[in-house]
Ligand binder design. Structure first.
Ligand code: ZN
Length: 282
């Protein structure tokens, strides 16, 4: 473990006026929400046997022939990755300790609700890409989202032979078309009133901290949608000479030359870094 680097990051965070955290899928994976291996087989062995995909992500793209089967798959998926507890909650607990007594904001592309579940202030959180726990009309004919917890639970409990009962297929209460997950996959994504309020709060926070000692801490952000967090953080740090960019990722870390002298790269386990930053005293 690169102790000197972590000590430097801890100092920067302690001295900062504001901490802006950008979290990607690597954070959920580190907390134990893995999509493959034993966890996949435990919940999706029947789908693997029939369709020969080997992880939950790939299964999400499978063109199931009926809505009964589609929702058998997706209700299990949502149940696993939205309503279950993570195997390693200490990751979020340590991150939370890091934000105590700090002016902070979190932007995440994750749609699993883990920040809210671990007690982070909803007012300091912008989940840009949606939420597995919400449905919307597939068209969409109206810009509303609906909590799906009770219905997902019934679908999981009442499915047989990889089919949910037809009566449980979720339909739009306005137009009757099938519902879909409130996820940003294309232009049909519903940005509801809660989404707009969170977007505004994030924008206001960024505006208030364009200058001064700001730490941009990026956790497990990949290259699926780098524009939202990674490239934005690079631009903000470039524009503010007192800012620090910190990147924690298991994959090789790229940092533009212009901001390298104000950057901290930790190519290592997020859990280990947060344990040292938030949990244990250095
Ligand atoms: Zn509708």
């Amino acid at each position: 473990m690169e102790n000197a680097t972590i000590t430097l990051l801890k100092e920067k965070i302690n001295q900062a006026d504001a901490l802006i955290i950008g979290a990607g899928s690597g954070l959920s994976t580190a907390a134990g929400f893995t999509y493959s291996g034993e966890r996949f087989r435990r919940y999706f062995a029947d789908f693997e046997d029939r369709y020969h995909f080997h992880d939950m992500y790939t299964g999400g793209f499978y063109p199931f022939e009926s809505l009964e089967e589609y929702w058998a798959y997706w209700s299990r998926f949502i149940h696993c990755n939205r309503y279950m507890d993570v195997p390693h909650p200490e990751i979020f607990q340590n991150l939370k300790k890091l934000t105590e007594n700090k002016d902070y904001f979190i932007i995440t592309t994750n749609v699993d609700h883990l920040f809210q579940k671990h007690g982070f202030d909803k007012e300091r959180l912008f989940y840009t890409q949606g939420d597995y726990g919400l449905w919307q009309c597939m068209t969409p004919c109206h810009p509303y989202t609906y909590d799906n917890e009770a219905q997902v639970k019934r679908m999981v409990e009442e499915q047989k032979d990889m089919q949910i009962p037809t009566a449980l297929i979720p339909r739009c209460p306005i137009c009757g078309k099938p519902m879909t997950m409130n996820l940003r996959a294309d232009h049909t994504f519903v940005e509801d009133a809660g989404w707009h309020r969170a977007a505004k709060r994030y924008e206001d926070f960024l505006q208030a901290h364009r200058q001064g000692k700001v730490v941009y801490l990026e956790l497990g952000v990949g290259y699926n949608t780098p524009v939202i967090i990674k490239y934005a953080f690079w631009r903000f740090v470039h524009a503010n000479k007192q800012a620090t960019y910190a990147c924690v990722n298991l994959d090789p870390i790229q940092i533009p030359e212009q901001i390298r002298h104000r950057s901290i790269a930790l190519q290592t386990e997020i859990g280990a870094v947060l344990r040292q930053l938030g949990g244990e005293r250095l």
